[in-house]
Write a protein that binds this ligand. Structure first.
Ligand code: AMP
Ligand code: MG
Length: 332
């Protein structure tokens, strides 16, 4: 009897040791690289592939250069803008349909045809205030309703509207990475593509909202479960002239940087595409309409306004901790 008990004890010890060891042999793999015109970084635990970081780099690189970039010759969006019509696959059709919903429900505050207007501002190069007549002309050719999707084809009905995934591509990248991590049975991952972050796995995560007034600190931290978090802010791409800041998030009604009193909008959603597109849309719409838009898509939005206040809806299912006393939290 004593012998059986000690054999069981040894087997139990071996099983326990194996569990601990097997946990320890799913080490974290960290990575960072440049893609989609921004820095990508992260870490991943578990997964069946021998080289998940490289796989992630390939997925995001291909998505950018073969599909979403409007500057990469031969990408789907490049060819669509050039030929004015293209046949999307199932994924691309889904992106277009979802983005059109965001365009419509935001009453055009989100507009995926502002590529020509963004080019005039040239935020990713040497930016300057465009000539107002030229701006008005290019703006008159944009408008999401000039993109139609029927009989399996996307068509641009205006001769010079320019489709641009700048406000949603990073979120789409997060969705693609999440889909891949699922096929790989990865355990946990945090992947950040510019201002959009994927928090993957059954765990609690802490993620910071950058201080939009400058510096490397956070205005607040959020505690969330598995989701995507995207922030659009005036600090990302901007220049200053005569004491005024001109940033890259444009109001499609005017063609000029949106002025809604918001300095950053952070959106939390299960969908990367929605978190990214809605953060841009909510930024342009401002607080009241932005809260309603996020609600319509089952997402949560947190605003930082130019008076140093952080705003969220009362009852939002997240924990917000302020970082120091520079910011105050207002619940609506
Ligand atoms: P994000 O940083 O996600 O807010 O995206 C900003 C980028 O989206 C800009 O650099 C433009 O390429 C594009 N963009 C600017 N304004 C808008 C808008 N109102 N709707 C959709 N895309 C926009
Ligand atoms: Mg965005």
């Amino acid at each position: 009897m004593k012998r059986i008990a000690s054999v069981i004890a040894i087997i139990s010890a071996v099983i326990l040791a194996f569990l601990v060891i097997s946990d320890a042999i799913t080490p974290k793999q960290s990575f960072s690289f440049f893609a989609m015109n921004t820095y990508v970084s992260g870490e991943v635990e578990g997964g069946e592939s021998d080289n998940l970081p490289q796989d992630i780099e390939d997925i995001i690189g291909n998505l950018d250069l073969k599909i979403l970039s409007r500057k990469a010759e031969g990408s789907f969006v490049y060819d669509l803008n050039k030929n004015r019509s293209a046949s999307p696959d199932a994924k691309m059709t889904e992106y277009f349909e979802t983005l059109r919903e965001v365009c419509k429900k935001s009453d055009g505050a989100f507009d995926f045809t502002l590529g020509g207007v963004s080019d005039l501002w040239n935020f990713s190069g040497t930016p300057s205030i465009p000539d107002s007549a030229m701006l008005a002309d290019v703006l008159s050719h944009s408008g999401y309703e000039k993109v139609t999707l029927s009989d399996g084809r996307i068509t641009l009905t205006d001769k010079s509207a320019v489709v641009d995934f700048g406000a949603s591509g990073k979120g789409i990248a997060l969705d693609s990475v999440r889909d891949y991590l699922e096929t790989q049975n990865a355990k946990r991952a945090v992947v950040s593509v510019g201002g959009s972050v994927l928090l993957y796995g059954k765990d609690d995560f802490t993620v910071g909202i950058k201080n939009p007034f400058g510096g490397n600190d956070f205005a607040a931290t959020l505690t969330v479960n598995e989701c995507c978090v995207s922030t659009s802010g005036t600090y990302e791409q901007y220049f200053e002239e005569n004491g005024k800041r001109y940033h890259h998030i444009l109001d499609p009604k005017t063609g000029y940087p949106a002025e809604s009193g918001v300095v950053s909008a952070t959106v939390i959603s299960e969908s990367g595409l929605l978190s990214d597109a809605l953060s841009t849309a909510c930024f342009v719409l401002g607080m009241e309409k932005g809260f309603d838009l996020a609600d319509e898509f089952g997402a949560t939005v947190i605003f930082v306004t130019d008076d140093g206040k952080i705003h969220c809806k009362d009852g939002a299912d997240i924990t917000i901790d302020l970082n120091g006393e520079s910011f105050t939290l207002v619940k609506h």
